[in-house]
Design a protein around this ligand. Structure first.
Ligand code: C2E
Ligand code: CA
Ligand code: CA
Length: 248
């Protein structure tokens, strides 16, 4: 943080036909002067253990809002920016207020943002968590459940909380072609989401064969290397500029 070595990359989330980018997920990286690029799996768990996640998380919210503002001022129909928020940030509390402050500093409204939470947040039975989620929804921010299906099997939270989207974890798709159980799970999750009127994102789509199978189950949004890898902010804007109308 002190040396300003963090950066955000953005991975486009496309509609299944790859004709529209629905959102960009902000993904943190640590550009280390000697070790090179360090990925979040190698430092977010440590940041959580050491409580630094709060400071890093605040930075992520601020930078993501700055990106959302650039998109809003560049395009007539800008995609949303999706922000990963750790369960520890929710447990400490005040995430709703932090989002509100950042949104007003960057002159944004909630429709510009998505907050990605993990199932573990939804299983903490505390008024404080429920209040934050309800306030976030009231600000017009979309709530997405990340890594869906990997955490716990309690699905009642889909009813209790104002969730609009689930993201099916990459672990379900890796062996989709060879594993009939994974196919049954992915197809089941997509129809569950459809019948609850939830949006679905399929994470980690890497091959045409995986995509062809997914098409048989529905039309979730697609996030994966087949369509786009995470990229620097300016590259993401260049990509969008190829097919979105620019503001005058
Ligand atoms: P996630 O939220 O599940 O994010 C998706 C991860 O899958 C990203 O890894 C992305 O680069 C990767 N991915 C996307 N498509 C593909 C694909 O087709 N193939 C493969 N092999 N990978 C794909 P990344 O950027 O390394 O992030 C890992 C995890 O770190 C994220 O998983 C998220 O849990 C966490 N993370 C990232 N940024 C933040 C942040 O700002 N705050 C917090 N609290 N956690 C973050
Ligand atoms: Ca995520
Ligand atoms: Ca995941």
């Amino acid at each position: 943080m002190r040396n300003d070595e963090f950066l955000l990359e953005y991975q486009p989330i496309w509609n299944i036909d790859r004709t529209a980018v629905v959102s960009l997920e902000a993904l943190i990286r640590w550009q280390h002067p000697e070790k090179g690029m360090i990925y979040p799996c190698d430092f977010i768990p440590l940041a959580e253990e050491s409580n630094l996640i709060h400071e890093i998380g605040d930075w992520v919210i601020d930078r993501s809002c700055a990106m959302a503002k650039i998109l809003q001022s560049t395009f007539t129909q800008p995609p949303k920016v999706s922000i990963n928020v750790s369960s520890l940030q929710f447990m400490r509390g005040g995430i709703d207020q932090k989002l509100k402050t950042a949104m007003s500093a960057h002159e944004l409204d909630g429709s510009a943002l998505i907050v990605e939470i993990t199932e573990s947040v939804l299983l903490i039975d505390q008024q404080n968590i429920e209040d934050q989620l309800l306030n976030i929804e009231a600000m017009g921010i979309q709530l997405s459940v990340d890594d869906f299906g990997t955490g716990f099997s309690s699905l009642s939270y889909l009813k209790k909380y104002p969730i609009q989207c689930i993201k099916i974890d990459r672990s379900f798709i890796q062996d989709l072609e060879s594993d009939p159980e994974d196919r049954a799970l992915v197809s089941g999750i997509i129809s569950l989401a459809d019948s609850l009127s939830l949006k679905t994102v399929m994470e980690g789509v890497e091959t045409d064969a995986q995509l062809a199978l997914i098409r048989q189950y529905g039309d979730p949004m697609i996030q994966g290397f087949l369509y786009s890898k995470p990229m620097k902010g300016d590259k993401a804007i260049d990509l969008l500029a190829d097919f979105l109308e620019l503001k005058q």
